[in-house]
Design a protein around this ligand. Structure first.
Ligand SMILES: [Zn+2]
Length: 337
């Protein structure tokens, strides 16, 4: 019987997928000790325990995969050579990327990238997925009014999280912030304090940026569903996040990760706009490996999501068979639309 942890097994399965291409970019969010992980599956999926990350990197190293910085990916696609490569990226800008992820990556001397949203860092855009999590974990029920309608769910309801996440994603700008505030006030949670605890400050982003192993990228200003925005707004979300992060760091920012990143959040228009915003790469969360043909689609690069919930049995089977990534990319080698 194998003594491998769930995370190790998943790393094996993910890495196996790389053999279909010349490399892969992995998408992670948070590193969280097991005892502190969220009870909600959607948020738990964002959270990998430090020991699971260590096991994953040990496996990648043992397997002889070359871990490269995001800056090296374009050149590597244009001129494929050497071993298969892996590239690690984190989205949003959580404090644990600095306190828990960095020490583990340092142990292995492996580089990684962190894509930050200025609005999530300065608090002008809410970290609603964790605020709603807290709101649903408090008291017996969550009841609130929005646009003249009453909403209510029993505490801890999974349906409530899905329904609220859908409502919030569909709202834009100020309205989205007002909706999140209405929920947090009704639940009596300190939404601002929670966000400050979870996200880095700009000083911490600068400390991370000063690490030779770390590349800082952008992730839009307010973390919207880009497809819901008009073209000018979508471009501004990308270009302004680049400018704001550059101003904070005093150096160039070359990489963008699209918020949410699935086919319902980004498509060919967003790939073109990321190019117009002068990003060298932009990454989605579409599940696929990298092929030399991606050199012509640098602002539509797929990533393999490392989920804290894997391996869920049927997903593992599909991954193992290669079916999942093949089906998610509609059996084409390169998805551009
Ligand atoms: Zn994100």
């Amino acid at each position: 019987m194998s003594l491998r942890t769930a995370a190790e097994q998943f790393a094996v399965l993910l890495a196996r997928q790389i053999y279909g291409g010349i490399g892969a970019i992995f998408c992670l969010h948070r590193i969280v000790p097991d005892a502190e992980r969220s009870a909600l599956p959607d948020n738990r999926a964002l959270e990998i325990a430090p020991e699971s990350l260590r096991a994953m990197l040990a496996w990648v190293a043992g397997r002889g995969l070359e871990v490269i910085a995001l800056d090296q990916v374009p050149e590597r696609l244009v001129r494929p050579r050497g071993r298969k490569f892996a590239c690690f990226t984190f989205d949003d800008g959580y404090r644990d990327n600095l306190t828990l992820a960095l020490p583990v990556f340092r142990e292995f001397g492996m580089p990684f990238a962190v894509h930050v949203s200025p609005g999530l860092i300065d608090g002008s855009a809410s970290l609603w997925w964790y605020q709603i999590d807290a709101a649903l974990g408090r008291g017996e029920r969550l009841d609130f009014a929005w646009r003249g309608r009453e909403y209510g769910w029993p505490a801890g309801s999974l349906e409530a999280f899905s329904a609220l996440a859908k409502m919030i994603r569909e709202e834009l700008g100020e309205a989205r912030e007002e909706l999140v505030a209405a929920i947090c006030v009704a639940a009596g949670i300190d939404a601002v304090g929670l966000q400050k605890r979870l996200m880095m400050t700009w000083d911490e982003v600068r400390r991370l940026a000063a690490e030779p192993l770390v590349t800082i990228g952008a992730h839009t200003v307010t973390h919207p569903v880009l497809r819901l925005l008009g073209e000018a707004e979508a471009l501004a979300e990308m270009a302004d996040s680049k400018r704001q992060v550059e101003a904070q760091l005093g150096g160039p920012v070359r990489h963008l990760a699209f918020p949410f990143g699935g086919a319902n959040a980004v498509g060919s228009r967003e790939f073109r706009l990321a190019n117009e915003a002068a990003f060298s790469t932009a990454t989605t969360t579409r599940c696929a490996n990298l092929f030399p043909a991606h050199a012509r689609h640098l602002t539509a690069l797929p990533r393999l999501t490392v989920s804290g919930n894997y391996p869920a049995p049927d997903r593992v089977r599909k991954l193992e068979s290669g079916l999942l990534s093949a089906r998610e990319r509609k059996f084409q080698r390169v998805v551009t639309g």
